[in-house]
Design a protein around this ligand. Structure first.
Ligand SMILES: *Cc1c(COP(=O)(O)O)cnc(C)c1O
Length: 384
């Protein structure tokens, strides 16, 4: 909690303000003789796409929250993911990717990089260590997983997969967006790279996009040079400032998300209208044992569930909700729900129970009793 409050902030030297200001500048003053400057350099402030004041403050905070050497913040979670994939995969190289990930990770690794650049990827159920061992090859360069995963909430064993990846000299990258550093620190478990979509819980207020990659300095330097300076995935100083502000309350908010989601998952699990609930905090969940071992906080604010009902009843249920908002994204202050229907292109990759359509539900910071009452009312209303 203390680091979330203080890290990256200091007294402003010019005004004495106890908050560092927002620096909306594209450029910084050059020295008398600039001819020795490398225009692609990221050391020192030069041009905002090479780094800037507010980006640096946010990087300092995230680095301390994750306990890593270095951090780069970028325009979005997807800029962070593509930064990792472009930096560490060349044409013809092989990557192993979890079959349950954020849609853009799937698109990049399953379509864009293979089709445009000849990267070879194997999708694998990363919650199954045997399957990961089988997918890995002597020439695998990168293993990318998400845990808990979007949208199935599947849990993967970070330490065990790090060992498998390192056995062939591959890097392990973990998308930690659902967990945040409050619930899980992949680097402590052996991951080389941690990816966060700052858009979600870390900002927490649903008003700015951002992403980060954390790891050792040589790895992060490559992402900085490639994804930020030359692919142009820089974050706006304003968004970095908003995320810095939102992240002050991350530990408090995560405590509440963890507590409310646990209660909501238990409520849903006990309802006859509910076909299934996937939430790692439930004792009965297939990921519970590993999640319990890995977590430093709790099981997060996201779950998936489906109803014992047809397609229309799922839509009707969402339309009857008054406290919970019908929108994509997750980790905002308000509760968000999205119906992922039977036509989803990744159906065949989901566990059996997901195939009749399901909701991804991000439990917000409203009173838990209000969220549960809203769900209860909508379950009743959706019957007709
Ligand atoms: C939202 C999300 C992303 C992408 O983040 P953006 O900031 O929207 O680009 C990546 N991974 C996971 C797990 C996400 O939920």
């Amino acid at each position: 909690m203390t680091r979330a409050v203080h890290a990256g902030n200091d007294v402003d030297k010019e005004t004495g303000a106890i908050r560092r200001p927002i620096t909306m500048a594209n450029s910084y003053e050059l020295p008398y003789d600039p001819t020795d400057i490398n225009w692609s350099s990221t050391d020192g402030n030069l041009y905002t796409r090479n780094g800037g004041a507010n980006q640096a403050y946010l990087q300092e905070k995230l680095r301390l929250l994750h306990g890593t050497d270095d951090c780069v913040v970028l325009a979005s979670g997807v800029a962070a993911l593509s930064g990792v994939f472009f930096a560490f995969l060349k044409s013809g190289e092989h990557a192993v990717v979890s079959d349950s990930t954020y849609i853009a990770a799937y698109r990049l690794m399953h379509e864009l990089l293979p089709e445009k650049y000849g990267v070879r990827t194997t999708l694998v159920d990363a919650s199954d260590l045997g399957a990961v061992r089988e997918a890995i090859r002597p020439d695998t360069k990168l293993v990318h997983i998400e845990t808990p995963a979007n949208p199935t909430l599947k849990v993967s064993d970070i330490a065990a997969i790090a060992e498998i990846a390192h056995g062939v000299g591959a890097l392990l990258s973990v998308d930690n967006t659902f967990a945040t550093p409050y619930n899980q620190r992949p680097t402590d478990l052996g991951a080389d790279l941690t990816v966060e979509s700052l858009t979600k819980f870390i900002n927490g207020h649903g008003d700015a996009l951002g992403g980060a990659v954390l790891g050792s300095q040589p790895l992060i330097d490559r992402i900085r040079a490639e994804a930020m300076v030359n692919l142009g995935g820089a974050i706006s100083p304003f968004n970095a400032w908003l995320i810095m502000r939102g992240s002050v309350t991350l530990p408090l908010r995560m405590r509440q998300h963890n507590e409310s989601a646990q209660k909501v998952a238990e409520f849903l699990k006990a309802r006859p209208e509910v076909r299934f609930v996937a939430y790692p905090g439930l004792d009965s969940d297939s990921g519970h044992v590993v999640a319990k071992r890995q977590t430093t906080g709790g099981y997060g604010g996201i779950m998936a569930f489906g109803l014992n009902a047809d397609h229309d009843a799922h839509c009707r249920f969402v339309s009857c909700l008054r406290v919970v908002t019908n929108a994509v994204s997750l980790g905002h202050d308000e509760s968000l729900i999205v119906f992922i229907g039977e036509k989803d292109e990744r159906q065949h990759l989901y566990p059996e129970e997901f195939r009749g359509g399901f909701f991804r539900f991000s439990v917000g910071l409203e009173d838990t009793a209000d969220i549960i009452a809203d769900l209860e009312r909508a379950l009743y209303a959706a019957r007709k």
